[in-house]
Design a protein around this ligand. Structure first.
Ligand code: GAL
Length: 381
């Protein structure tokens, strides 16, 4: 009898230790700003990213950055992680990688930022778009690149990079704005007159032939399958909502200017209770600034900025809890459950940049975010 008790105590002890070791290895809550270990115990290296849900699994794509010591070459490609529960992520490796080929625009040293992947039901392919800057040219090129794969995790085949909508005018652009105005080329940048001229399409006219600039970006697929590429254009002063072709691999030439001259970056769009909402940031590079929330009744309709969605201290609100938006993620299987995904950039060691995920809450029917040092999905609707 004694032996039996001893045996069962020992086995209970081993079982408990196993459970405790096992649960220690698992992430049980979202801890914004902390190291977020993947299945190999390494901080998730997917920045400025986006998540899609496919086959009962979430796939997280983002900028893969090398550690500080190799920072000059830190722009390495696009990583992919998969998860069933949004807490524990498996590293699926690189979905797109820079290459050592001088004839390719994807050569090592180019900038790949804010990659997003969508699935095309008609072609059965996964399509990745990203902000692409050319090697050695800083942020001058303002291109968007596209890559395609039959498998969600890749490898993605790089097709090309371009400036969208060359030779076409925006859909919501007055006839009077299609002709250059006298003296506009000589206006002093950032002067009041220049900003007014930009609102009235100065830069759209400037870039009409070569194509419109495309920097910070996201993708949005409407219920009917129409997809839009949403990017900071016109020297980051105006967002362009550009319709993609049915195969999502190119632009139809139909595009809309949104919030002209308001300098929005980091767009992240979601639909909640029948309204379209968009989180954006201002334009202060890697430094965080106050987030802005805008609303519209349809994607290509009139957008209105309704203020800062942060509900923290004054200092926290000024810097969006130390983050910049990248996506508002819909949590599957729950009604109106969304997560704000942002990046807390660490410019001299981008790989170490932290993920700031916060639950979207409602205040008088309007989405807002609050800081929680640790939270789980009970916080979601
Ligand atoms: C930010 C942008 C980032 C990155 C950075 C470079 O404004 O959102 O994606 O481009 O500038 O300074």
């Amino acid at each position: 009898m004694k032996a039996l008790i001893k045996k069962s105590i020992i086995s209970t002890f081993f079982l408990l230790s196993f459970i405790s070791i096992y649960s220690q290895d698992k992430n049980n809550s979202i801890r914004p700003g902390q190291i977020w270990p993947d299945n190999e115990g390494k901080h998730i290296n997917a920045h400025g990213g986006g998540i899609i849900f496919y086959n009962d699994t979430y796939y997280w794509f983002g900028e893969y950055r090398l550690p500080r010591s190799e920072n000059d070459k830190s722009r390495y490609g696009v990583s992919c992680y998969s998860s069933k529960d949004l807490l524990n992520w498996k590293n699926e490796g690189l979905a797109l990688k820079v290459i050592n080929d001088t004839s390719s625009l994807l050569i090592t040293g180019c900038v790949i930022e804010r990659p997003k992947v969508i699935y095309n039901k008609k072609t059965g392919k996964f399509i990745m778009w990203f902000h692409h800057e050319l090697k050695g040219q800083g942020y001058k090129a303002a291109l968007t690149g596209v890559a395609v794969s039959d498998n969600i995790t890749g490898p993605y085949k790089y097709l090309h990079s371009l400036r969208p909508n060359a030779g076409t005018w925006p859909q919501n652009f007055g006839e009077e704005n299609k002709k250059p105005k006298e003296g506009e080329a000589n206006l002093k940048e950032w002067s009041e007159e220049w900003i007014k001229a930009v609102r009235e399409g100065l830069l759209v006219r400037r870039d009409f032939t070569g194509g419109q600039m495309a920097r910070d970006m996201t993708l949005f697929v409407e219920k009917d399958g129409k997809a839009f590429h949403i990017h900071s254009s016109e020297e980051n002063m105006t967002l362009h909502f550009s319709e993609l072709t049915d195969d999502y691999l190119g632009f139809t030439g139909k595009y809309f200017r949104v919030l002209p001259g308001d300098s929005n970056e980091a767009p992240a769009i979601f639909i909640m209770k029948g309204k379209y909402y968009m989180f954006t940031s201002g334009t202060t590079g890697w430094n965080p600034n106050p987030a802005r929330l805008s609303v519209a009744s349809k994607l290509t309709g009139e957008w209105k900025t309704i203020g800062n969605p942060c509900r923290g201290t004054e200092d926290e609100n000024k810097i969006t809890f130390g983050s910049q938006s990248t996506q508002i993620l819909k949590v599957e299987g729950k009604k109106d459950a969304f997560i704000y995904m942002g990046d807390r950039w660490i410019p001299d060691n981008l790989a170490d940049s932290r993920h700031i995920w916060l639950p979207i809450e409602l205040e008088n029917g309007v989405p807002v975010i609050r800081w929680y040092p640790g939270w789980d999905f009970k916080k979601l609707y």
